[in-house]
Design a protein around this ligand. Sequence first.
Ligand code: FAD
Length: 474
Amino acid sequence: TTHLVWLRNDLRINDNSALAAACRDNNAEVLALFIATPGQWQQHDMAAKQAAFLHQNLCLLQASLADRGIKLHYHQCDDFAASVDYLETFCQQHNIDALYYNYQYEINERERDAAAEKRLDARGVICQGFDDSLLLPPGSVQTGSNSMFKVFTPFSKAFVRRLHQGLPECHHAPKAREGAPFSIREKIPAFDYPLEEFDTSLFPPGEEAALTQLRHFARQHVAHYPERRDMPAMDGTSRLSPYLAIGVLSPRQCLHRILKEHPEALNGGSAFQWLNELIWREFYRHLLVAFPALCKHQPFIAWTHKVPWQKNEAHFKAWQQGQTGYPIVDAAMRQMNTLGWMHNRLRMITASFLVKDLLIDWHDGERYFMQKLLDGDLAANNGGWQWAASTGTDAAPYFRIFNPTTQGERFDKDGTFIRQWLPELKEVPDSDIHQPHLWAQKNNRKLDYPAPIVEHKAARKKTLEAFERARSAA
Ligand code: FAD
């Protein structure tokens, strides 16, 4: 018999549910297939950096699979519909008996998989899908009345209770099969998609690198996570998001590694705080399944649809380029534009600034983040944006508005992070770093840096009025 593993956002050999299942029968021949869909990626705003990261990880995966005697086939077509056509042809050509794949939860992906199963079923190919990219499958953590939680904290509590009842286990990487290892004759060509270099010293591709980073974080950093996680100048978070986003690493691997180093992690403390972030990741994915309209970028709170957003190209550009005159916002945007990664606290600050200070539609920010992020992920990005825009599941109402100056003062007091990304402010003293235009005025200095493009207090008032109007119109 011949088994096919259809790889998508699960680019690893360790703890890969579909791959492990396909390899269970020692006598079966196992093939793997990856289909690149640049047209679809474009529609989904995949960042050029993420595409490059994906490509490099795929090449490394090809080598690890070859070491185990599994050939990774590659094909490129335009979109998901074409990928289903190709999959069907491939199964026919290679006499595939069974297809194994890990679920993706976004709407287009689910439609693609349903179409693929239907076609293959008609050809007698047995299809098996697996919940793999989550600790617990969507729908398995619910309220007492069997519905999805709409607020995070009770979800997290119920989630932990479920974990106490039993932990999801990791699968071993498959053993070497007959013919292993073999040398690769056809390397995976570059995708026909914009590819942009990323910092491989910060985000070295490959499973080994991801696991090393996870181990190091679990041993050295997790204990300090609560006090460092909000400080962008510190190396306080794991930076594992790019690996989790394309499945080079699984959340089960994260959970077990943390529990190995900190056996009490599920009961609270520093390590739990980090696990709780993984639970946020789960929360947003579970939400996508319970409320598929989120995949179509609809607001979770319907009336917020009516907020009269402003179209202001100059403001939007200033935000994108890190030229708003608010140093913490600008440093953050430049961090993302350069690295394809932004610290979580800064994602909250920059998102809040776009929506609540500039009154620009959160969809524009959501799209821009996707186009830039190495860890771009529909569920987490949409969830984060809706949280910041007060259109989503945040328990706090819309009138909680971050002040970008005081946020900077709180989380980058002496401006270490700001100076890292805004060299034009290097002469501004610590005490003035969050309001450099005032310092320049006072000292009669000329800075190559803009004055604030909006005044926060006035902007805040305008936003509150806009939200209030929208709510009363609903
Ligand atoms: P750590 O603090 O080490 O956290 C560990 C892991 O938990 C992360 O790698 C990530 O997988 C997950 N995680 C942490 N925080 C969150 C969160 N708030 N929501 C969901 N998952 C979380 N994360 C993405 O992976 N992709 C995105 O496209 C994305 N867009 C965001 C947009 C906005 C506006 C906001 C506010 C947040 C967004 N996040 C996104 C969540 C979070 O900012 C990143 O996951 C985090 O900064 C990644 O850095 P890290 O790996 O060092 O995180």
